[in-house]
Design a protein around this ligand. Structure first.
Ligand code: NAD
Ligand code: 89V
Length: 364
């Protein structure tokens, strides 16, 4: 990591990590609010190719150093890291630009359009010796972290079955119109989070079978997906997601979880209520996201996860350790996305070794 932009204590420990954000669109507001809450981080410059968005973000967050070209910004600024919040088409070029500038880099999901691109991006950062984290924030939600901690403590024994479910009729297209236009939709945009949660809870996957469909005629891609995962640790898990589901009460953006274990069951119900049932009894816990001054309904859980993943990034930079959702880690999540599309298209189950190939095997 470049130390050019750093402030240090007299004992040499770094106090503030200076960053620049590229992409001042819809979701960047959450990054920028969260950075403001982290004392050890400061966003000193912004970049967007769109002047109106760039100026608006600069005004809203009091950031004066504004650029329409990312290369010019990296050449002019003294930085410790760069935070890429653009859509996927620009990720490879921008991650490789940051690597050439020897800057640690965060990249929004979906990390890359293809596994080959993702591997090239991971390699570029590895060869440059810079840290790389994918902003894969869903596993950082307070409720999902609580589920993971309960499983890790063995509260329900050995898990053998799971379901991670996201079903909604929320209009995501008004905030993110590009989601209606792509050939791929729910698996690449949202399923990627749910598959990553399944990996976080149950470990890596051996085999997968998926079916997808499109219900909403106004969009191009699929908006419903059902995926069965056989995990290496013998858990069978159903990942299901839908943006075509009209419920009596809209739950966006809640992910619900069910796990059966050898000694009990775990259920993450709506409204962030976590039930643990064992022979000792049934307990209900409140695992709602912590309140944030800048939170806006219904996004609170996602906004909380943005604050958590960004704090994790600064903690990893300070300690010089690999982030939980590093680029390397994300290759396995992206492989599940890719395998889902292949399985649905070819109507067959996919051995994950087919997707990984030699390069991903090395990363495991
Ligand atoms: P957006 O289109 O609203 O904003 C992207 C911005 O990036 C635009 O203003 C565009 O002008 C700018 N841009 C693109 N390429 C650029 C380049 N090369 N140089 C400078 N500026 C460039 O998109 P969004 O809805 O904010 O989504 C951004 C990313 O965040 C997407 O990858 C999306 O999947 C992801 N996202 C993640 C979450 C989450 O919870 N993790 C939620 C929403 C969106
Ligand atoms: O998280 C995301 O990537 C978003 C949303 C939750 C709306 O699907 O696109």
């Amino acid at each position: 990591m470049s130390g050019a932009g750093t402030n240090t204590h007299s004992n040499g420990a770094q106090t503030v990590f200076k960053g620049a954000l590229i992409g001042c669109g819809f979701f960047s507001r959450n990054h920028l609010h969260a950075w403001r809450e982290i004392g050890e981080a400061r966003i000193v410059a912004l970049c967007d190719a769109d002047q109106t968005r760039l100026q608006a973000a600069g005004r809203e967050f009091g950031i004066e150093r504004l650029y329409s070209d990312a290369a010019a910004m990296l050449a002019a600024e003294q930085l410790d890291f760069v935070d890429i919040a653009t859509t996927v088409a620009s990720h490879k070029a921008l991650v490789e630009l940051a690597a050439r500038a020897k800057l640690a880099v965060i990249c929004q999901k979906p990390f890359a359009r293809s596994l080959d691109d993702a591997r090239a991006m991971v390699d570029a950062c590895h060869e440059a010796g810079v840290a790389l984290m994918v902003h894969e924030n869903f596993r950082w939600q307070s409720a999902i972290q609580s589920v993971g901690a309960a499983l890790h403590r063995g509260e329900i024994g050995e898990p053998f079955w799971g379901r991670v479910s996201f079903r909604s009729g929320f209009d995501v297209f008004s905030g993110q119109p590009y989601l209606a236009e792509g050939e791929r939709f729910i698996v690449e945009d949202l399923g990627i989070h749910v598959l990553d949660i399944a990996r976080f809870l149950f470990g890596d996957v051996k085999r997968l079978y998926a079916s997808t469909s499109r219900v909403n005629p106004a969009i191009r891609g699929e908006d419903v997906a059902t995926i069965m995962l056989s995990h290496e640790q013998r858990v069978t898990c159903i990942v299901d997601c839908s943006y075509a589901t009209r419920l009596p009460r809209e739950l966006f953006p809640q992910t619900l979880v069910e796990v059966d274990g050898s000694a009990g069951t775990l259920r993450l119900f709506a409204d962030y209520r976590l039930q643990i049932h064992t022979a000792a009894g049934t307990e209900m816990r409140d695992v709602a996201p912590p309140p944030l001054s800048w939170a806006s309904a219904p996004w609170e859980a996602i906004q909380g996860s943005v604050a958590s993943i960004q704090s994790h990034w600064i903690d990893c930079l300070r300690r010089g350790v690999e982030p939980a959702t590093s680029g390397r880690d994300n290759l396995a999540t992206l492989a599940l996305v890719e395998a889902t599309y292949v399985s649905a298209r070819e109507r067959r189950s996919i051995e994950m070794t087919e997707m990984h190939g030699a390069a991903a095997k090395e990363a495991q």
